[in-house]
Design a protein around this ligand. Structure first.
Ligand code: ADP
Length: 555
């Protein structure tokens, strides 16, 4: 820009100088030529007067003095009678000369003739005399071209000097114009001292700065909002560009695909997971239709949703949402297994009952055995009722409906449970003791009762003769704890993990003889989950088992 200003200013200066020099030379030339003409005309008037007095001799006299002028006397027929510079004999007839013929016709005439070289020009002025002769006075001066060409060196000198001066001035001026612009602090333009013409620019910059900072902070907020959401959701979120290359991934997605740091950037998604299902879902999404796929990664189940990103009616990318459905599928699997087990478990006592009833019906039971068979039927029916009751309890908890909670004192519940189980304990020769402090939990009374009942019942059932069951209730800083410890047969290590599974029994025959349903500990576990409580089991085969329930204090 600076160069452009310099160039245009220089050009302007150059053109102005050339033009003005030309015009000045022209005007001066015209002035001097007009003066010359006037001089000659004045001289011719004097000469005419002298000629009338002294004749041709006068002309010869004057010609000697005014030797820069050429004086010619021409007869009416054009014959040259006198010439101050050229011998008359050598001169041709002058009647045809324009100034002579004009003077002959109109009394005076003039003509200007350029030399062959164009450098000089001669001005002729002719006057008709009363005796019919014509007096011509001529003077040679530099032509207009020579006047112009003579002014060229000085013109060039002036041009060069002015050009340099103008260049210097232009440079200085542009520097002065540009300096405040260069020094403009774009963040705080008002702080810069600028000239008036820049004020509108400064005001606009200030306005735009405000707009830009507003837009930036809005964008920043949106970005942070998006990041906060994207980073904190449990679902994996992956954004792919048009070529299925990863542009961003949230923490959950990094965890799912086991990617560290920013390793994922610019990598095709298929280098992280090659499953055909995902390829199919991606292809669908890139065709503009949402796709779904089930993925299995490192033993977990995921549901993938691939959604196209439309920009200008074209699919410019795909967003993948990956949901961890391991628990959901596990729960479904468990429900399916539970239903199958329930049918099986219900069928077993029913088959026995119907078998015994059939034998009785067919009169195949001796009268003295009727009581025994009836007792068996009764026992199976009891077992069936216990099963159904446990299934109902579990199903209620599985429904996960928020049932009405109340303050439940664990110590009190433990005492009530112990009282209910006293006959069984006596039957098995087992002593139950309850110790501890009163400790309340905000929960479901029936469920907590059932949990403690099952634990104490197990502690009695799987005990040895003269064994002990010690129930203690106490507080820790954050928890309310119930511990049920027995001195019983214990649980073999390999079974300890599984005893909380539904219908799982360590020893089926023993369990059957004790009337177990295999659901007691499942109810404990499910009830604990409902109350956000933790269940711990420690057991030493042959020595005893301790089950601890830890309820959070704010439950
Ligand atoms: P069950 O109705 O058969 O007692 P549970 O779910 O209550 O079913 O228990 C599952 C299995 O865990 C039982 O069959 C039993 O073998 C074992 N078990 C539970 N509690 C104890 C305990 N206190 N001592 C030893 N074994 C136990």
């Amino acid at each position: 820009m600076r160069q452009k200003i310099l160039a245009s200013m220089s050009l302007l200066v150059l053109v102005t100088i050339l033009l003005s020099s030309f015009l000045v030379s022209l005007v001066m030339y015209r002035h001097s030529f007009a003066d010359l003409k006037q001089d000659i005309q004045d001289l011719s008037a004097y000469l005419v007067a002298g000629l009338n007095l002294d004749g041709v001799e006068y002309l010869a006299l004057v010609a000697d003095i005014a030797d820069t002028h050429r004086i010619t006397l021409v007869a009416a027929d054009g014959t040259v009678l006198f010439d101050s510079q050229v011998p008359v004999e050598t001169m041709e007839n002058h009647r045809g000369r324009p100034e002579i013929s004009a003077a002959l016709q109109r009394g005076e005439g003039e003509a200007t003739r350029l030399s062959d070289t164009l450098i000089t020009q001669t001005y002729y002025y002719a006057r008709w005399l009363e005796n019919g002769q014509v007096l011509r006075v001529a003077s040679t001066s530099g032509s207009v071209y020579s006047a112009l060409s003579r002014s060229v060196p000085s013109m060039l000198l002036v041009a060069v000097v002015t050009f340099l001066l103008a260049r210097f001035l232009a440079r200085w001026q542009t520097r002065r114009i540009v300096a405040p612009i260069n020094a403009l602090d774009l963040k705080n333009p008002l702080r810069t001292d600028v000239y008036d013409e820049l004020s509108p620019l400064v005001t606009r910059i200030v306005k735009q700065n405000v707009q830009i900072s507003q837009q930036i902070s809005e964008l920043q907020e949106k970005r942070e909002e998006f990041l906060a959401i994207a980073e904190n959701i449990r679902e994996g979120l992956v954004v792919l560009n048009a070529k299925a290359v990863i542009m961003s991934m949230n923490q959950s997605a990094l965890r799912i695909f086991r990617v560290k740091g920013r390793d994922y950037l610019n990598r095709p998604i298929l280098t992280l997971y090659r499953g055909v299902e995902m390829q199919v879902a991606l292809e669908k999404a890139y065709r503009g239709v949402s796709g779904e796929a089930a993925l299995a990664i490192a033993g977990r189940q995921y549901q993938l949703m691939a959604n196209p990103v439309w920009v200008d009616r074209k699919v410019r990318g795909v967003v993948l949402l990956i949901l961890d459905v391991t628990e959901k599928m596990g729960a479904e699997q468990m429900r399916r297994e539970f239903s199958a087990n329930v049918s099986h478990e219900l069928k077993t006592p029913l088959t026995s009952i119907s078998g015994y009833a059939e034998i009785m019906m067919n009169g195949l039971v001796k009268p003295q055995d009727v009581t025994k068979v009836a007792e068996k039927i009764y026992m199976e029916a009891r077992h069936l009722i216990a099963l159904v009751e446990d299934i109902i309890k579990l199903s209620r908890l599985d429904e996960n409906v928020e049932l009405s909670r109340e303050e439940v004192d664990l110590l009190q519940v433990a005492r009530e449970v112990a009282a209910k189980l006293q006959p069984l304990a006596e039957e098995r020769d087992v002593t139950i003791s309850i110790t501890g402090d009163s400790a309340t939990v905000h929960g479901l009374r029936h469920t907590i009762e059932a949990m403690l009942f099952n634990l104490c019942e197990n502690a009695i059932k799987y005990n040895r003769e003269k064994g002990r069951v010690d129930v203690s209730v106490y507080h820790t800083l954050n928890e309310v704890v119930v511990e049920v410890a027995d001195t019983g047969i214990g649980i073999p290590y390999e079974h300890q993990e599984r005893v909380f599974e539904r219908f799982y029994r360590v020893d089926r025959s023993h369990s059957k003889s004790t009337g177990g349903t295999g659901l007691g500990l499942s109810i404990v576990k499910r009830g604990a989950l409902y109350h956000d409580a933790k269940v711990q089991l420690t057991s030493e085969p042959g020595e005893g088992t301790t089950v601890t329930l830890r309820f959070p204090k704010n439950s």
